[in-house]
Ligand binder design. Structure first.
Ligand code: ARG
Length: 523
């Protein structure tokens, strides 16, 4: 039988790249195919799949597994596929299971199976899909780090204007101690800085190449896994091939880090929602982030913040989804693993849009300083400052001072009076009741405790809202943000450099083999 006769015998579909030789019945109902499909989840990794294949083909050529001619032909078709994709000219055949055969079919249809069919030598879809996903996630980590950095910048510049904007701080949602709006904003900033720290840490574990692990246990071809890793800008490889194709720990960790970040956003959203109510009444959310009621004309609802809070459940759900997906699986690829992509995408989309939303909203937020001050004065929030002052002035124990001030407040509450200079008489009375003697201090010594701002200036402990300290904190955090910016840029540059290296190698090969004019497809 000659080659042509042999070709005749191969069913039409197989010639095009669907290798189902193992199966007697090669046709599949659309229903089954669609059930098996990850095509629509794979749209996001199309470009990564192309780049991954290009790096693989270059490596195969360098290892002498493909000839230069073969490699350059395949590379040309991969580039054509990408260009067609970008121009919306690449039709996705929905009878295929995922994006990998879509790309392979494109190449095989144009080059024939003799050449195009060599692209998949020494790799499998199992290492391929993980390569793509890792490439995708690392870009998203860089993008999200940038977004969070921006949000922190907004918080810090807002804090600069509110170093002395006093407001109540709450525990158990009851007024606790006076603090400032800047103090709150900087507390948010610090929690978000830890989110960035986690993302940076995560990046190192994500940025490792599984490519060349093949289906599970490697290949007899003498491939170079380090070379494909280098060409794709990975820092090293996931060495053990079972591990490389099985593990989804990096994806789980990504969602976990995102979930922590989103719960931080949710808490910020909840604070802002509360403070914008008539009951708290010292914060105004910019109109464009609010909705109205279809029936109650007076309403202005903080919907953007509510959705940041509400969509947190989606991210937490994604974390549960992916963890339960993998918990019972044996080692090696199982099709269940295909389902780890959608929770990732979901979490990434939710977190990115929420982070962006909060940055925009915070920028134009308005604080009613008078209303905040009024609340502070109503709420006995300098009681602790007063007790501490008494200890310092008289040397009685803190517990005794706590009792005296507590008794004083009890009297004020009954009279519906405030904790101000006029309360000094009640304090004297309480002193007599608790310690059975006259107060040894006079009003002038305690006066500052009745002034909210002076009270705050008295706070000496590190991390307190003391305005002088907060100014220092702001300076330090700005430096931290600059360092984050540099590190993030470096990560991006390393990816770009690898893309450039890939581009140059391909250009050279194509020129050498006169494969026609070809334009590198830019991102
Ligand atoms: N669509 C699959 C996924 O997303 C690709 C890997 C398929 N591998 C396999 N052996 N069926 O996970």
């Amino acid at each position: 039988m000659n080659k042509e006769e042999l070709q005749e015998k191969i069913p039409e579909k197989e010639k095009k790249g669907e290798w189902k030789a193992r199966l007697e019945k090669k046709e599949q109902s659309a229903e089954v195919t669609s059930f098996l499909s990850s095509l629509w989840d794979d749209i996001r990794i199309f470009e990564d799949d192309i780049r991954g294949s290009e790096a693989h083909v270059i490596m195969l050529k360098e290892a002498g597994i493909l000839t230069e001619e073969e490699a350059s032909k395949i590379l040309r078709e991969l580039e054509n596929a990408l260009n067609d994709w970008k121009k919306d000219k690449l039709k996705i055949d929905e009878s295929l299971e995922d994006i990998h055969p879509v790309v392979e079919k494109y190449v095989v249809e144009r080059l024939g199976v003799e050449t195009g069919g060599k692209m998949h030598t020494g790799r499998s879809r199992n290492d391929q899909v993980m390569t793509d996903v890792r490439m995708y996630i690392r870009r998203e980590i860089i993008a999200l780090t940038r977004q969070i950095r921006h949000l922190i910048k907004v918080q810090i510049s807002l804090a600069e204007n509110h170093i002395e904007t006093v407001m109540p701080g709450y525990t158990h949602l009851q007024q606790a101690q006076i603090t400032t709006f800047a103090h709150f904003l900087l507390s948010y900033a610090d929690s978000l800085l830890r989110d960035i720290e986690r993302l940076e840490n995560l990046y190192e574990r994500v940025n490792k190449s599984p490519l060349g692990a093949c289906a599970l246990a490697g290949t007899s071809f003498e491939i170079s896994r380090q070379r494909t890793a280098e060409l794709l800008g990975f820092e090293g490889i996931i060495e053990n091939s079972i591990d490389a194709t099985t593990t989804r720990d990096f994806a789980i960790e990504t969602i976990a880090v995102l979930a922590i970040h989103q719960t931080n956003l949710s808490r910020i959203a909840e604070d802002l929602i509360l403070w914008s109510t008539t009951e708290f009444g010292f914060l105004e959310i910019p109109d464009e982030y609010c909705s109205i009621s279809s029936v109650m004309p007076q309403k202005k609802n903080p919907d953007s913040l509510e959705l940041i809070r509400g969509r947190t459940s989606k991210v937490l759900g994604a974390l549960t989804y992916i963890l339960t997906m993998v918990k019972g699986l044996p080692s090696g690829y199982n099709r269940d693993l295909q389902e780890t992509k959608s929770p990732l995408w979901n979490a990434i989309d939710t977190v990115k849009s929420s982070t962006k939303m909060l940055s925009g909203l915070l920028k134009d937020i308005k604080i009613d300083k008078e209303a905040a001050l009024k609340l502070v004065k109503k709420g006995y929030t300098t009681a602790l400052d007063l007790a501490e002052k008494i200890v310092k002035e008289t040397g009685i124990s803190f517990r005794e001072a706590h009792n005296i001030v507590g008794t004083t407040i009890k009297k004020l509450v009954v009279k519906k009076a405030l904790l101000n200079e006029e309360a000094f008489n009640d304090l004297k009375e309480a002193w007599r009741e608790i310690l059975g003697e006259e107060t040894p201090i006079n009003l002038p010594a305690l006066k500052d405790c009745f002034d909210p701002l002076k009270s705050i200036n008295e706070r000496k402990s590190l991390g307190s809202p003391n305005p002088t300290m907060l100014k220092e904190t702001i300076k330090e955090r700005k430096k931290t943000l600059e360092n984050i910016k540099t590190r993030n840029k470096n990560r991006e540059t390393r990816i770009k450099e690898s893309e450039k290296m890939l581009e140059e190698i391909i250009q050279d090969l194509l020129k050498k083999h006169k494969n026609g004019l070809f334009k590198w497809s830019k991102k």
